[in-house]
Write a protein that binds this ligand. Structure first.
Ligand code: HEM
Length: 443
């Protein structure tokens, strides 16, 4: 770990003893960051969760670190906080080892496999959305988290979403995810980390028993694909590797999509003209199955999705650790330094986006294409070797959700002011985003 003394030449805001900047960052991550950039420039140091970090801000810094031409930036060490619960996940691997495992996982994300998942999801999505109350207020964020997890059990594991096992797995996942973000990092009895570690072993036991079953009789679910997947040389995964990769994948897929859909629903409630545009787009598809071809027609929905990810990216910061020392913008940064990239604030920069705080999905239309100003101007899915492997999957899932919902319902926000977003660690609306749904005919 790099000491404060080794970073004495890097500017940064004064740090209160012990806690450093942690409380300020947790309270107002973006405000703190914008103020630091304007005072100290795009390279400055902060102390977060006991570690001194160098913030490298802006699209050029993201390009340099994420493309990582010299294999100098470790994702495994950057995401160290996740290593107790998710060891061996793709994001916790580096360089040659990561490349090989990524090739194997890629097999489960090929276009024909995605088409199968979409068809699977369409049916489950419709019955889950129909469970939501009509004309009665509920917290959208809580409901969408439950929906994506239950859908995950159906699509990723081929389990009926209402099965008892799916319910138990949901609880275990929720405990695991909560623990990955908890302040106490050891499994002291009854703390979130303790529940998380127990959740992890329940999940591993369950997955283990499914492996033999799915190897003998593969379905078209994601888990079966992962049990079968090999790279071009025919190398597949051992049981333990499947368990670790799958466990991480479920975590990576879940909170991120819930946040993105919450932002979209907030936006459609706050900007009803956009809800009308998307409803018309959905009506244009007709009543046929919501397969990949139908979803490909939802170009306005895609623009709203991109804008939601720009305004409230589920992963607003990307951490890495420098293996060797390097120089950036005139600063020498020593080996071992924790480095933080800031896609969140970069995507709110007026350098690339007109009126950047405004919800304006048309900025992604082909004639404006503001995101094309720089290769790393729009980076909610990261970039380079670790770029989100679920990007296309999540786009399909989001479109499917919007089409399913708007075929039968309209959304209204019930809180007069927009939600405050808690940005750290994964953004969520502080008030849970209360909404009501209305049948389409009463609109
Ligand atoms: C809106 C939804 C999503 C967002 C915004 C998102 C964002 C990201 C980002 C920023 C990274 C890169 C982190 C880094 O470089 O350190 C990442 C990696 C990853 N994501 Fe996603 N993600 C989403 C959905 C999904 C879904 C649905 C899946 C799986 C089906 C998934 C699986 C993964 C995996 C496995 C990685 C690690 C890739 C690697 O290290 O090679 N993500 N995601």
């Amino acid at each position: 770990m790099t000491s404060k003394a080794a970073l004495s030449h890097i500017p940064g805001p004064p740090a209160p003893p012990v806690v450093g900047h942690t409380l300020r960052i947790v309270r107002d991550a973006y405000g703190f960051q914008k103020q630091s950039i304007s005072t100290y420039g795009p390279v400055y140091k902060t102390k977060l969760l006991g570690i001194w970090r160098v913030n490298l801000c802006g699209a050029d810094a993201m390009e340099m670190v994420l493309l990582d031409k010299n294999q100098n930036f470790s994702s495994k060490l950057g995401w160290d906080a996740l290593s107790r619960l998710f060891p061996g996940g793709l994001m916790l691997q580096d360089f040659a080892e990561h490349r090989q495992n990524r090739r194997i996982m890629q097999a489960a994300f090929r276009a024909p496999a995605l088409q199968e998942y979409t068809l699977h999801m369409a049916e489950a999505m419709q019955s889950l959305v129909r469970e939501w109350p009509v004309g009665k207020e509920f917290r959208f964020y809580d409901a969408i988290k439950e929906l994506t997890l239950r859908l995950g059990c159906a699509v990723f594991m081929g389990l009926p979403p209402e099965s008892d096992l799916a319910r138990k797995l949901n609880t275990a996942f929720i405990n695991e995810i909560r623990a990955s973000l908890s302040v106490i990092r050891y499994p002291v009895p009854f703390t979130p980390m303790w529940h998380g570690v127990r959740g992890r072993s329940f999940l591993r036991d369950t997955f283990r028993s499914l492996i033999a079953e799915r190897r003998a009789e593969p379905g078209d679910d994601f888990f079966s694909q992962m049990c079968q997947a090999t790279d071009e040389d025919g190398k597949g995964w051992s049981e333990d590797e499947i368990l670790d990769q799958f466990n991480f994948l479920m975590m990576a897929a879940h909170d991120t999509t819930s946040t993105a859909l919450s932002t979209m629903i907030w936006a459609l409630g706050a900007h009803p003209e956009w809800q009308d545009i998307l409803a018309a787009e959905v009506a244009d598809i007709g009543d046929g199955p919501l397969d990949s071809d139908a979803l490909a027609q939802m170009t306005q929905t895609e623009q709203v999705f991109k804008e939601a990810l720009r305004l409230v990216p589920p992963v607003p910061f990307i951490p890495r650790r420098a293996v060797e020392g390097f120089s950036w913008k005139g600063f020498d940064i020593p080996a071992g330094t924790a480095v933080t990239l800031n896609p969140g604030v970069t995507m709110l920069s007026s350098e690339f986006y007109t009126d950047p705080e405004r919800f304006d999905p048309s900025r992604f239309s082909p004639n404006r294409a503001e995101d094309q100003a720089h290769k790393f101007a729009w980076t909610p899915f990261g970039g380079g070797a670790h770029k989100c492997i679920g990007m296309h999957f999540s786009t399909l899932q989001v479109k499917l959700f919007i089409a399913t919902l708007l075929r039968e319902r309209r959304v209204k926000l019930t809180s007069p002011s927009g939600p405050e977003w808690q940005r750290m660690p994964i953004p969520r609306p502080e008030n849970g985003l209360p909404v009501t749904l209305h049948p389409i005919t009463m609109h």
